[in-house]
Design a protein around this ligand. Sequence first.
Ligand code: NAD
Length: 298
Amino acid sequence: MAKIAFIGLGNMGSPMAGNLIKAGHEVTVYDLVPEAVSKLTDAGANAAGSAAEAVKGVEYVVSMLPAGRHVQDLYLGDGGVLEAVDSSATVIDCSTIAAEEARAVNAAAAERGVAMIDAPVSGGVGGAEKATLTFICGGDEAAVDHARPILEVMGKAVFRAGPAGAGQVGKMCNNMLLAIQMIGTSEALNLGTAYGLDPEALSEIMKASSGNNWALQVYNPYPGVMDGVPASRGYQGGFLVDLMTKDLGLAMNMSLEKGTATPLGAAARNLYRLHGAAGHGGLDFSSILQFLAGNDIE
Ligand code: NAD
């Protein structure tokens, strides 16, 4: 069993760290929010007073933070995490951030002789809870192979997309597609229900037809159609509108840099941005259905 530091215990990090504990690993946790830490210590984790303290003497560091600036603060800031970690340790950043930010942090780790990979995830909070996440990794093959047994405790699929930063490129492509699918699914459900169709029946029809997709299968955006998804609990928890807006912004930066056409990705970014600006940035991203329907959201 490995000694692991886990930093960032939010919607995703908390269940991911919980699965490492359940598998018998010795996990030391750190988050800026004390309640997030105590939830994990109740489940058997050690608590550290700082990120630098958490990483001392561990074989793996896993981080799951909101955005690039948090990851840069953690690894390149004054906190001394890269100084405190053993050079034999492998650092795994699972946050979704820009590819160039991931490359900068990986390079700083390499200067210290520390192996680091970017390993953003797909699968949502449900995937984090059930340990069915997909990890999309960027970094040296040897580092990805070394991280694999730890990632396999938290997920069902581990891909190496290429060198440092490539995991983030793969993740951004996926999330742009996810946003477009969620908006399309919401439009179809709003259209059908406006004509009196039952949302559950319509979902079943589309699931068995050519419109079938991930949102319909496991993350239905219409309230009450599916148990256990954010749409059935007032769009609380899950994957926040603000985080989806961030990911779509990163995808648009990538598209501008290479000059590829991404008209639907651009429309999706604008819709999520407007939805967030209307005061809904803290809701799950499937709440776009209500925004498109012109509904007030409690
Ligand atoms: P979240 O906001 O719920 O959690 C982030 C946690 O990081 C918070 O508990 C916060 O206190 C902590 N944190 C921030 N800065 C810190 C620091 N310097 N040191 C220690 N802790 C710090 O976010 P989340 O939903 O768990 O998402 C995390 C990442 O995973 C994001 O990059 C997101 O884009 C990505 N992601 C999320 C989902 C999802 O469904 N929620 C799915 C796939 C990927």
